[in-house]
Design a protein around this ligand. Structure first.
Ligand code: SF4
Length: 124
């Protein structure tokens, strides 16, 4: 059972209850396809400009996370009913990933639910 820590963006915090992310974790689909079974062990909401990310990552690791995922809406957007790369909520998703990965020794993975076609979740 893989224990998943999730980081979402504050820009979506009042609009998205993370239903897609939670369902994909439960069903090990999309960004969680690589796990036999997965369970969510914690969520943090990133606040601009992401100064607390290192602390969030460390806490999730301490709580037992095997991996930390960043929600797809940070780096992709919806157009004509499909999710496509770019123009997500965050102007610097790679920097977010680098901050997370630098703080912990577990994989930090860019992507959760509704991955854009052809995108393979990048591991930092
Ligand atoms: S740094 Fe990016 S992911 Fe974090 S709150 Fe700001 S826009 Fe969202």
């Amino acid at each position: 059972m893989a224990k998943i820590g999730l980081i979402r963006c504050e820009r979506n915090a009042t609009r998205c209850p993370l239903t897609g992310c939670l369902t994909c974790i439960q069903e090990t689909r999309q960004g969680f396809l690589g796990y036999d079974r997965a369970e969510l062990i914690g969520i943090f909401t990133c606040a601009c400009p992401g100064e607390h990310l290192s602390g969030y990552a460390k806490i999730l690791e301490k709580k037992g996370a095997d991996a930390i995922h960043l929600s797809t809406c940070t780096f992709a957007h919806k157009a004509e009913g499909r999710w496509v790369m770019g123009n997500g909520l965050c102007a610097q998703p790679e920097e977010v990933m680098k901050k997370l990965a630098a703080a912990v020794s577990i994989p930090c993975i860019m992507g959760s639910a509704h991955l854009p076609d052809g995108y393979c979740p990048e591991v930092f």
